[in-house]
Design a protein around this ligand. Structure first.
Ligand SMILES: Cc1ncc(COP(=O)(O)O)c(C=O)c1O
Length: 376
């Protein structure tokens, strides 16, 4: 139940063990075409999505490396680990990085964003849609509108929303959007996809210096016309990604988003039913994540005890990262997780809490979760 890599369905796992094919042959071309068509639906974009043989961070760097040179002015909005990662990456390409950091777990304030855009007049603005490290859903649409007013390029990390939550890339005003394979798409780790708008292409072409070679998006665009990738792709992972996207198509995006939302709602209901506190502090434009639930570790037990107790019962949950280590734990509901998985998780959590004396009686969490599942 961690926020990626998620459990992979047997049919997706089995797809990886097919005999290898030539990546310049027709069979690969057909598969690439299918993957792109399915991804376009999942991204809800008119733009072309490109598949990269590298994890989410590879797509983050592809976005930055292709858009940013030493003269680019970039504002990186952050309220957690992954938002801050954009600034770290950008720092490798320009000295003109303006981090706009909010406390981890805090909400992004639109007035602060507006002021930062006015005073910095950036060419590029980055943000994470769903900040996985803190379990908060950031106001992408509202920030997208502000970024457009300033005629800047909006890079949106949708690594833990696309394929699980509502993330209509074009509607949100994202010029560049990225997703990772091992999250809501339910595929194995090691791949990512990136979509690029016309405005972003113009910026990429105007750039004075070369960006990364392996993640050169213009090379991807050139090969795209032939349904190929510029260099040898991770073929077994492409097999798995196609199967994972087929699973999504069969479920349907609407049902899939509803399932993710209900699973997270159940996790939140169970936590509060057990007297635990949710970690994020919301404002009027933010929301709890619909794919990962971050919960404060209650007094009386440590992070190691909690995770260890859960693991003993067959459930792996994530702890806090960096400055949140030991303070929170996270239950994800990404990919092809079911209500049964969530109920098993809540039951294990109740047992662990009861064993540590953090709750007197078990059952309130399960009851709260079951009430939510009645909506499914
Ligand atoms: C929101 C977000 N962005 C980026 C990443 C980085 O992805 P990866 O670990 O696949 O490189 C993650 C990983 O958890 C993430 O959750």
């Amino acid at each position: 139940m961690i926020p990626g890599p998620v459990p992979v369905l047997p049919r997706i796992r089995e797809a990886m063990s097919k005999p290898m094919i030539f990546h310049r042959g027709d069979e690969f071309g057909t598969m690439y075409g299918e993957i792109v068509a399915l991804l376009r639906t999942v991204f809800q974009t008119r733009n072309d999505p490109f598949v990269l043989s590298g994890s989410g961070t590879c797509a983050m760097e592809a976005a930055i490396g292709n858009l940013v040179d030493k003269d680019t002015n970039i504002v990186c909005i952050a309220n957690g680990k992954f938002g801050e990662r954009f600034a770290d990456i950008a720092g490798r390409y320009t000295e003109q990085v303006k981090p706009l950091n909010t406390t981890w777990g805090g909400s992004i304030d639109l007035e602060t964003v507006k002021d930062a855009l006015e005073s910095n007049n950036p060419d590029v603005v980055t943000m994470v849609h769903n900040e996985t490290s803190t379990g908060i859903l950031n106001p992408a649409r509202e920030v997208g509108k502000l970024v457009k007013k300033h005629d800047a390029i909006f890079v949106l990390d949708c690594v833990t929303t696309i394929g699980g939550d509502e993330a209509p890339v074009d509607d949100l005003g994202a010029d560049v959007a990225i997703v990772g394979s091992q999250k809501c798409l339910g595929a194995p780790p090691g791949m990512s996809a990136i979509s690029v708008s016309e405005a972003a292409w113009s910026s990429i072409r105007e750039k004075q210096t070369n960006g990364p070679f392996y993640m050169d998006l213009e090379a991807y665009k050139k090969s795209y016309g032939k349904n190929q990738t510029p260099y040898t792709p991770a073929v077994p992972l492409f097999f798995a990604l196609r199967e994972a996207l087929e699973v999504i198509k069969e479920e349907g995006m609407e049902r899939r988003i509803k399932r993710h939302r209900i699973l997270s709602k159940a996790a939140r209901a169970a936590a509060t039913g057990l007297g635990l506190n949710l970690f994020p502090e919301l404002n009027e434009v933010s929301n709890y994540s619909n794919t990962v639930t971050a919960i404060n570790i209650p007094p009386g037990l440590t992070d190691v005890q909690l995770k260890g107790g859960m693991k003993k019962r067959g459930i792996i949950v994530a702890g806090g990262q960096a400055e949140l280590k030991g303070k929170i734990f996270r239950i994800a509901s990404m990919g092809n997780i079911t209500d049964k998985d969530m109920l098993k998780t809540v039951q294990a959590l109740e047992e662990v809490l009861q064993e540590a004396g953090a709750i007197k009686t078990a059952g309130d969490g399960l009851e709260a979760a079951k009430t939510v599942f009645a909506e499914l």
